[in-house]
Ligand binder design. Structure first.
Ligand SMILES: Nc1ncnc2c1ncn2[C@@H]1O[C@H](COP(=O)(O)OP(=O)(O)OP(=O)(O)O)[C@@H](O)[C@H]1O
Ligand SMILES: [Mg+2]
Length: 497
């Protein structure tokens, strides 16, 4: 590989196994100077594993890595960073009790003078400038823990571009970003590209892949399916490569019989929204659409007892509820699949079985041994029934792919027999195959007599899956549409009122 023709990075025949799974099976990719290479694949295809090997977080079982034509043994993260490889991870790695500026410069503090004292002033100024190039108004002195997920994501991006990078890897950088923030990020990617930085871009959003990448490689079950010039391909072709079959229907919608009112919300007010009233019927999927900051998440938190209600009423099956805490909501058979499943929906360090039975520990049985056996039995039933891909019921959910983690959260509410399931952005960060499965699952739930509230900012999704759509803007409801009368223009218009 001495003649490298502008090839900055070559990963050759990389193989990596974990107990029970071959995460990567002889995968090779190359990356040219100044190009954006997309990596696509379903959840669990091996995308993150590949870049964790590049970043020195995982050690490959076999294969070779060449940087600028030179064979390069990456034994740890420091070596990867020293050779100009920067990674923005899928899981946020922010330190919540430090400030934004401290997070950006962690491990690489700017120092001054002969005694190398930390130069706070310069660091704060640099942090401000970096955030400014990303087009966000964030205070470098703000405490990380007070930021929203999208703000934290932006800090991670600022951190990655704070030092010169030769190879910049982004593992689903836009999962929590708004359209506007995404566009600012793309502007930066284009600038970096023009400076000769090579970028690996992982995303489940095909639209972004077409907008920003030069070439795209598809992984499936740990194997490379192919590598193509982006301009030579189209959505259908990529989806087919990802799932290994032709997808006829991205949004399978069934007609489910809709029954009587199960939930009635009247003039509800809490932090983040005001005077919200709506009804939810048995078997119905009610969509709530709104842009970032519209109050959607505050509303679902209030319904689930995690955001204090200031006034108004909630009735379920005609009974007035006082949802002062999530445990009361759970007892009333309300389940929540939260926006940030990693911090709110799952106990990441626990196994699949513990997570599935988490909301119903009481029902497992009094004796420890019986409870443990029941836990295993119930978990196995859901793994089978909704197709959770995991080596075993004991696997830590931390190591499952996004789509499978989301299914574990859903299984928890299925297990507890929830009547009303609230899903906040249910398919964020989830691949096409798993998305379709989740749409099917939501409708299975409705067929069994449950009702679903789905918050989504993906227009095609909400317009196809929800029976009725309510639009929020600035903490209020602005409009309501039946599925048949909704259009992208109408929804966006109502979301900006
Ligand atoms: N630390 C780990 N321990 C055990 N198994 C792992 C670990 N990390 C990844 N895996 C497994 O390796 C496979 C590939 O996972 P990986 O995270 O690379 O997928 P991905 O393509 O990034 O998926 P997603 O789109 O959900 O992020 C999966 O089966 C996953 O469960
Ligand atoms: Mg991943």
């Amino acid at each position: 590989m001495s003649e490298n023709n502008g090839v900055v990075l070559r990963m050759e025949n990389i193989t990596k196994t974990f107990p029970g799974v071959v995460a990567l099976d002889n995968v090779s990719i190359d990356l040219n100077k100044g190009e954006v290479l997309g990596i696509l694949g379903e959840n669990g295809a091996g995308k993150s594993t590949l870049i964790k090997i590049l970043a020195g977080n995982y050690i490959k079982d076999s294969g070779d890595i060449f940087v600028d034509g030179q064979k390069f043994e990456i034994r740890g993260p420091a070596e990867a960073v020293a050779s100009g490889i920067r990674v923005i991870y899928q899981e946020l790695n922010t330190l919540n009790n430090l400030t934004v500026a401290e997070n950006i410069f962690i491990g690489e503090q700017i120092v001054k003078g002969p005694f190398r004292v930390v130069d706070w002033k310069t660091m704060i100024k640099r942090a401000f400038e970096l955030l400014d190039t990303l087009n966000v108004k964030l205070d470098p002195n703000a405490i990380m823990g007070d930021l929203t997920i999208s703000e934290k994501q932006i800090v991670e991006i600022a951190k990655a571009i704070s030092k010169e990078a030769k190879i910049l890897v982004m593992d689903e950088p836009t999962a929590a970003l708004s359209e506007e923030e995404t566009q600012s990020l793309f502007k930066i990617i284009r600038t970096l590209k023009s400076k000769g930085v090579s970028i690996i871009y992982i995303s489940h959003r095909l639209k972004e892949i077409f907008e920003i990448t030069d070439r795209v490689t598809v992984l499936r079950d740990g194997k490379k399916v192919g590598i193509l010039k982006t301009e030579d391909t189209d959505e259908n072709k990529l989806v087919e490569m990802m799932v290994g079959r032709d997808i006829k229907d991205m949004y399978p919608k069934r007609e489910v019989k809709i029954g009587d009112i199960v939930m009635k919300v009247q003039n509800l007010k809490a932090e983040g929204f005001n005077d919200i009233s709506f009804r939810l019927k048995k078997g119905e999927i009610l969509g709530i659409f709104g842009l970032l900051g519209s109050g959607r998440t505050s509303l679902v938190k209030a319904l689930f007892g995690a955001n204090k209600i200031k006034s108004g009423e909630i009735f379920v099956n005609g009974k007035k509820l006082h949802v002062k805490s999530p445990s009361i909501a759970r007892d009333e058979k309300i389940g929540l699949v939260p926006l940030d499943r990693k911090t709110e929906g799952l106990a990441l360090m626990m196994g699949v079985k513990e997570n599935i039975t988490l909301a119903n520990i009481k029902d497992l049985g009094k004796s420890f041994l019986i409870a443990k056996a029941n836990e295993r039995k119930k978990a196995n039933k859901w793994i089978e029934e909704i197709g959770i891909r995991t080596p075993s019921v004991d696997q830590e959910v931390n190591s499952l792919s996004g789509g499978n983690q989301q299914k574990v959260v859903l299984a928890k509410w299925l297990e507890s027999g929830s009547q009303i399931i609230i899903l906040n952005e249910p398919t964020r960060g989830i691949d096409v195959g798993a998305k379709i499965e989740i749409y099917k699952l939501m409708q299975d739930l409705c067929e069994r007599g449950s009702s679903v509230i789905m918050i989504s900012s993906e227009l095609p999704e909400i317009m196809s899956i929800a029976d009725r759509i309510i639009v929020m803007s600035k903490g209020r409801f602005t409009d309501e549409y039946a599925r048949k009368e909704a259009s992208e223009e109408k929804l966006l218009h109502s979301a900006c009122l």
